[in-house]
Design a protein around this ligand. Structure first.
Ligand SMILES: *Cc1c(COP(=O)(O)O)cnc(C)c1O
Length: 403
């Protein structure tokens, strides 16, 4: 992305600012389709929680993708954008039966991840087909915070409980139309993913009315040079062959589903922030920007690395900086980072800001959430206004406390 152009966007829309490149999103989507071109029925459900801006959802609708949702509100956003209920899957964790019932009423595909709800739902709505989220207990990646397939994970029904699942299904007469698993966020090793898939196929064989198998996500994208990226092309080739063979054995052509978030939108996003102050201490140089974890929390919450470059001084001599925010809390974006010399007023750009960045923002310190811009077919368009004081006041009620 061109530095001069990105910087010019902050002159038009202010800072801090999120910018998304639609071409990049489309290219990632096309890569997955191509990788799995030998699968007869393929469905990519974009994971809304990565970035739930209506215009981003609209782009996926235009691409004829489906969506993966984790709350009734995400379902409602999808319906508003024009997704048909059949193109939405609801994959919540720990939500109430009541919320699941409300979503089921809209006709959206329900995915159930615990035995208690499965039994209650099956008793009340045996005619509504549901998908089962199973936990194959395969560890993907080493970071516990973002690997969800391990033995003590709260996600999914353990495959060790398969006999219990089958008893519930038989007793209620409910229909299982899909088997789902989502092992975690970092598939580095395709063979680990394929091993988990074998477990899913083994489970799937036990259910005779399936329409689809949903293998979740976990597709990794690089955050810095040298990072491994999930080799989607190799995965596509190996998995397609295996899936097609499974369908033959099963006796019917099933739909293969995935629900990537990060892979589709992470690299398309840029977060731009202005440098308020450069502060030299005895040990380091701080670059303080007009933001904090209220706008961009991944570095603090997951210790995530986001590449930073100085748009205003790209040819400057590189020096070491601690890039920090302006909120009253430790909010370090980067320590000891080599960045082209930073001056007050410069605009810094954070890469990989398309996924789990804006969608995790807050109003902490009573700050406004940033604006968002979409670059689409050569033009920049505002897709979310910067908040104002009215947004902070909107739902608040100041009671009369007397004199
Ligand atoms: C978050 C989530 C995803 C998307 O994960 P990414 O790492 O962004 O691809 C997919 N499926 C489920 C059930 C999720 O909770």
């Amino acid at each position: 992305m061109d530095s001069v152009y990105l910087q010019s966007l902050t002159e038009t829309y202010g800072s801090p600012l999120y910018v998304y490149d639609a071409d990049r999103i489309c290219a990632q989507y096309a890569r997955i389709l191509k990788a799995f071109e030998n699968v007869e029925q393929l469905r990519i459900n974009y994971a809304v929680k990565a970035n739930s801006n209506l215009s981003i959802l609209g782009l996926f609708h235009k691409l004829q993708a489906g969506i993966d949702t984790v709350s009734i509100q995400e379902v409602q956003l999808g319906l508003k954008v024009g997704f048909a209920p059949k193109d939405i899957i609801f994959t919540p964790n720990g939500v109430s039966l009541n919320e699941i019932e409300q979503v089921a009423e809209t006709g959206v595909q329900i995915n159930i991840d615990n035995l208690s709800i499965l039994e209650q739902f099956g008793q009340r709505y045996p005619h509504i087909p549901v998908c089962l989220r199973i936990n194959p207990h395969i560890m993907a990646g080493g970071n516990h915070k973002i690997s969800v397939g391990h033995i003590d994970s709260k996600f999914g029904i353990s495959i060790h409980q398969l006999p219990h699942i089958k008893r519930v299904v038989e007793n209620t007469g409910m229909i299982i139309n899909g088997i789902h698993t989502h092992t975690g966020s970092d598939i580095l090793d395709i063979d680990v993913f394929l091993a988990a898939t074998e477990i899913v196929f083994n489970t799937a064989k036990e259910f005779k009315q399936l329409e689809f198998i949903d293998l979740g996500s976990g597709f990794k994208v690089p955050y810095k040079t040298g990072d491994i990226e999930t080799n989607i092309e190799e995965l596509g080739q190996k998995l397609s062959t295996r899936f097609n063979r499974f369908c033959k054995e099963y006796g019917r052509t099933l739909t293969l589903m995935f629900e990537p978030g990060k892979f589709l939108v992470s690299e398309a996003g840029y977060f731009l922030a202005a440098v308020n102050v450069v502060k030299q201490t005895t040990s380091t140089v701080f670059a303080g920007i007009d933001s904090g974890f209220n706008h961009f929390i991944r570095p603090m919450m997951y210790n995530a690395y986001h590449h930073i470059h100085n748009l205003s001084n790209p040819g400057g001599k590189e020096r070491y900086y601690s890039v920090v925010g302006y909120i009253c809390e430790t909010d370090t974006f980067a320590s000891n980072r080599r960045i082209a010399e930073i001056r007050e007023g410069d605009i810094l750009c954070f890469n990989n800001a398309g996924a789990y960045c804006f969608s995790m923002t807050s109003n902490y310190n009573a700050r406004y959430r940033p604006a968002e811009v979409l670059l689409y077919q050569g033009t920049a368009q505002l897709i979310r206004k910067r908040e104002t004081l009215d947004d902070l006041l909107h739902n608040q009620i100041q009671v009369d406390l007397g004199a």
